[in-house]
Write a new protein. Structure first.
Length: 284
């Protein structure tokens, strides 16, 4: 006589909802394609802006990274990261991590996934890994397209540093890779916020908007100089530390501290998401 505790022959919890299945589902979604299109178009928008505005030059005798945008493809890629790291790259992270669980609840398909049966921890793990993978892919896509567009427009060359000197193409590629890796690490706190909110609400827009909103609040607080050293504990305070990697002698202390703070917040938020979802009464 069967009981509710019996498990079907051959059932293995660890093989439910494979990553390839979840990845295929997410890649087919319109918001994934739209987000990829936006990031791929941005370099061409900047190309048009520089073409219309003319060759950038130093202002008031002070040369910045933006002023060297047209020097080479490497400089153009670095400028694309600079203008997008503070806000634009926050959006795909919040979107992919905040929409993933809440969207299933809004479609009333979450309870059917759990009844498959897919263990709750397995479901969250699969969705989190795919969401982080798509977030990283978005951050890699932007500089790759920028390098290709910059090569066609400005040619292949070294990364010219505003303060003087240059990095050869091989070194520049390595430093840009480090910059992308750091930007991804710094956005883990946004991923944690979005993912936690996604397990707490049935409204995907609420999870995504909440994560973006809290990230903006962090940026605002970082601008309040009266907070003094308390700003060092804000992830936003270290969001541009990757610029230290594109110097003749890279400085790692800021990136290490920024990564440690972001990772600490992210681990706490991910733990809260798993703990809360394990106890949640799923009715949708």
């Amino acid at each position: 006589m069967s009981t509710l505790t019996e498990v079907a022959s051959g059932y293995q919890a660890g093989r439910t909802l494979p990553l390839r299945v979840e990845l295929a589902r997410q890649l087919k979604r319109r918001r994934t394609l739209l987000m990829g299109g936006v990031l791929a178009v941005l370099p061409f928008v900047l190309l048009i802006a520089f073409a219309v505005g003319g060759d950038p030059g130093g202002r008031n005798g002070r040369i910045t990274l933006m002023d060297t945008a047209t020097a080479s493809n490497a400089n153009f890629a670095a400028v694309n990261l600079f203008v997008s790291a503070g806000f634009l790259l926050v959006i795909p992270v919040a979107l992919f991590c905040g929409d993933t669980v809440a969207s299933e609840a809004s479609w009333s398909s979450l309870r059917y996934l759990l009844a498959a049966p897919v263990p709750r921890a397995r479901l969250l793990w699969s969705k989190l890994v795919v969401a982080l993978g798509l977030s990283l892919a978005a951050m890699v896509l932007l500089p790759l397209v920028a390098l290709a567009a910059g090569t066609a427009a400005y040619g292949w060359g070294p990364l010219e540093i505003p303060t003087g000197g240059a990095l050869d193409t091989g070194t520049a590629a390595q430093r840009l890779l480090v910059a992308v890796a750091y930007i991804f690490a710094s956005q883990l706190v946004t991923a944690g916020l979005a993912f936690w909110l996604s397990t707490r609400t049935d409204a995907p827009l609420g999870a995504v908007g909440g994560a973006v909103g809290l990230t903006i609040v962090g940026n605002v607080l970082d601008a309040v100089t009266a907070l003094g050293h308390w700003r060092d504990f804000l992830p936003a305070h270290w969001q541009f530390a990757w610029a230290d990697a594109v110097q003749p002698q890279p400085e790692w202390s800021g990136m290490i501290q920024g990564s440690a703070i972001s990772l600490t917040y992210a681990l706490v938020l991910f733990a809260l998401a798993f703990r809360g979802f394990a106890r949640k009464d799923v009715v949708s």
